[in-house]
Design a protein around this ligand. Sequence first.
Ligand code: FAD
Length: 322
Amino acid sequence: MSVLVYVENTAGEFKKSVFEVVSYAKAIAGLLNTDLTAISIGTVDPSNLNLLGQYGASKILNVNSDQLKSFVSHSYASVIASAAKSENSAVVILSNSFSGKGLAPRVAAKLEAAFAPGAVALPEISGNNLIVKRVAFSSKAFAFTELKAANKVLSLTPNSFELKVDQVQPEIIDFDPQLTNDLNTIIKDIVRSTDKVSLADAEIVVSGGRGLKGPENWGLIEELADALGAATACSKPISDAGWRPHEEHVGQTGISVQPNLYIAIGISGAIQHLAGVSASKTIVVINKDPEAPFFKVADYGIVGDAFEVVPQLIAAIKSYKA
Ligand code: FAD
């Protein structure tokens, strides 16, 4: 018996959120007195796989198949479920990341498991059950969900668990899930349509709202994003008005982001917007109204006119980098 954690890679690299979910899974394995096995799908260098040992993974199942090079939710779910069965893992943990949100419920369904998405703390153990604190109602509340089935699947809200270093030398094993019948979709190639950082994967997001006045001013957002290597995002009225494409709209009815740094410029901070950004690690707000609700959830706030503050910020970042 072991706890199984899925470690997603981005072009062969692991992000901080992966080490976070491994630290979380290791802590749960500790509570259950068992070991932690990680499963990695896709091409990842062994030196990167070894990094997982620093956070407590003692065994790594490495699935390196041409057919699974690119992420396809139902195929990856089949592989993870197959690994859980072969490892006799009653608890499977994933990140509640962009891809994890589609993957985790599929894994739960395949394992006929009880499922708690969006965990924010270590679960409480009650006999054979786990009681999981998780976000609910677009992060406006917490729910305590008791997982009673023999198999349990949890997904961890990014930025909600501290990294815990636990030096282990992991055993890396090639794992063949033997799933030819389940692989009914294979992505042959992915061609990026833009060089810009994708919003779903971004560590830094620069986001603009109605305070920018019009699409002709969006260059400010893009220039700051370029200086920081960030993705760009916007509030809903901006995409509704056609200033920006809908895939950049964050919030309750848009995409949820969990970057390390979210910079909100000229956005009031309505609850529907906050629902999609409140899991960000650090939030910086630039708004000329000191009463703007966004300041209540900001880690750093700058009260000022975006058209004065942002150019100074860009100049400072550029001179720091030069
Ligand atoms: P505003 O509320 O108009 O705020 C503009 C801000 O810019 C103000 O705070 C102002 O002080 C500041 N400002 C103005 N000029 C400057 C300047 N020169 N420099 C600096 N600051 C300046 N919204 C979302 O974003 N995402 C969602 O997913 C979403 N879903 C919704 C779902 C429903 C069912 C409903 C009813 C609403 C939803 N909304 C959503 C809309 C949401 O309620 C707000 O209306 C919206 O977020 C406001 O966008 P905003 O902050 O850009 O604009």
